[in-house]
Design a protein around this ligand. Structure first.
Ligand code: CO
Length: 134
């Protein structure tokens, strides 16, 4: 059911420093910061030959990654995003198998303008999984 790894998201305590490290030390193609107020994050996309890395930094109050950074002050891997062809079919199959879809279960428009869903990390070996319809 899942296809390509779309991105790995890393929550960072200092977006400038993390972007500079990927650009200057690791030599990656690093984009400009984008505010995503609907998701409570500022995002920097890093394009690699086979996938992307998404640096996440809290935006506004009640950011969903503020608590994560409190527990992981140096930052850390926040989620993995896998591509699916039909997000509603994927959600129905996962729910039927007992997995929990976060929120109200309805796909939301993600940072790439495509429908996304998140799956409970306790149902997937401790990893928060994002599904993105492509
Ligand atoms: Co993501």
């Amino acid at each position: 059911m899942i296809g390509r790894l779309n991105h790995v998201a890393i929550a960072v305590p200092d977006l400038e420093a993390a972007a500079a490290q990927y650009r200057d030390t690791l030599g990656a193609e690093v984009g400009a910061p984008q505010d995503e107020p609907d998701h409570g994050v500022t995002v920097v996309f890093i394009t690699l030959p086979n996938t992307k890395v998404e640096l996440l930094y809290p935006l506004g109050e009640n950011s969903p990654i503020a608590g994560f950074l409190e527990k992981n002050p140096s930052g850390g891997i926040h989620h993995m995003c896998y591509e699916v062809e039909d997000i509603r079919a994927a959600a129905a199959k996962l729910t039927a198998s007992g997995a929990r879809v976060l929120g109200d279960g309805e796909p939301k428009i993600g940072a790439h303008g495509k429908p996304v869903l998140f799956l409970h990390p306790k149902d997937f070996t401790g990893t928060l999984i994002e599904l993105e319809e492509v």
